[in-house]
Design a protein around this ligand. Structure first.
Ligand code: ATP
Ligand code: MG
Length: 278
């Protein structure tokens, strides 16, 4: 497998391994120190055996090609990759703040607004490059050294010039068109953004039911209730995203301009999300 820049290949012994940062369906992610330069990085290790069981080399190749081209302050950097006989390794920016799943939820409305606004920026950037993420969820949003959002895990991402029919993503976040296996577009990310914002504001996912079938029914019928504790503007934001018909669903461009996102306290937050390096 080629690395992004044809740079000299790495091998596992080039790194000192620290703590396990997390694990997903196919990957374990370790904190590592590059011995030569002393850089602190995250190394995502995936067994080739597991890639074949849960995913495919084609899916992985797509993840790497897509992710390595994305440069945005709210998108986790993929620096390089290499492989040995058993594993494939991704060299990633280390996000010391961990993932949003670890947050105690619900979070305050200003905090939720900041996290959602930065996620919108990351997704809008991906969409501007013709890429749908398709696996937005709390576990795939990390917090960087500056405390700002880093969108991660492009394992299900796709160039969405055409309408697609592949079933992908996580049950709680599945858009109705995916749940009913209809063709879908990048509008699935806007739905997932609504689920994510709901989880942050309310502390639970909107459609979760005891069984898979019932959850799917709630998704397709768009049955959910927003507690009174959520402000009217935030409720309006959620209900504009959680629209069954993708054509009526708020676009990311409109989400960026939504009054809930643009509330005055965000002037401080947008400053927090910019740095001279950007
Ligand atoms: P999934 O089950 O979503 O397919 P995966 O196998 O693709 O997961 P990731 O989502 O990339 O794996 O990573 C799993 C977990 O590891 C994340 O939820 C996060 O907690 C942690 N993690 C991943 N990358 C980093 C990083 N760069 N810095 C810090 N923690 C990370
Ligand atoms: Mg993940």
């Amino acid at each position: 497998m080629r690395n992004p820049n044809n740079a000299p290949a790495f091998c596992k012994s080039d790194f000192e391994f620290g703590k396990l940062l997390g694990r997903g369906a196919v990957g374990r992610v370790w904190l590592v120190r590059e011995k030569r330069l002393g850089r602190i990085l995250a190394l995502k290790c995936m067994r080739k055996r597991d890639i074949l069981r849960y995913s495919s080399p084609a899916v992985l190749r797509r993840e790497l090609c897509v992710h390595s081209t994305l440069r945005h302050r709210n998108v986790l950097r993929l620096y390089n990759w290499f492989s040995d006989s058993d594993n494939i390794y991704l060299l990633l920016e280390y996000a010391p703040g961990g993932d949003l799943f670890a947050l105690h939820r619900p979070v305050s409305e200003p905090r939720a607004r900041k996290l959602v606004a930065q996620t919108v920026e990351a997704l809008a950037f991906c969409h501007s490059r013709g890429i749908a993420h398709r696996d937005l969820k709390l576990e795939n949003i990390l917090l960087g050294a500056d405390g700002n959002v880093r969108l991660a895990d492009f394992g299900w991402s796709a160039k969405d010039t055409q309408r697609r029919t592949t079933l992908c993503g996580t049950l709680d976040y599945l858009a109705p068109e995916l749940a009913t296996q209809k063709p879908h577009t990048r509008a699935v990310d806007a739905w997932a953004l609504g689920v994510l914002a709901f989880e942050l504001l309310v502390g639970r996912a909107p459609f979760t039911a005891p069984g898979r079938k019932e959850t799917l029914q709630r998704i397709t019928a768009c049955t959910y209730t927003i507690p009174q504790s959520v402000s009217p503007l935030a409720r309006q934001f959620l209900s504009s995203l959680l629209q069954t018909d993708p054509a009526k669903r708020m676009s990311l461009a409109d989400a960026r301009r939504h009054p809930w996102i643009l509330k005055p306290s965000d002037s401080i937050q947008s400053k927090e999300n910019s740095s001279p390096k950007d």
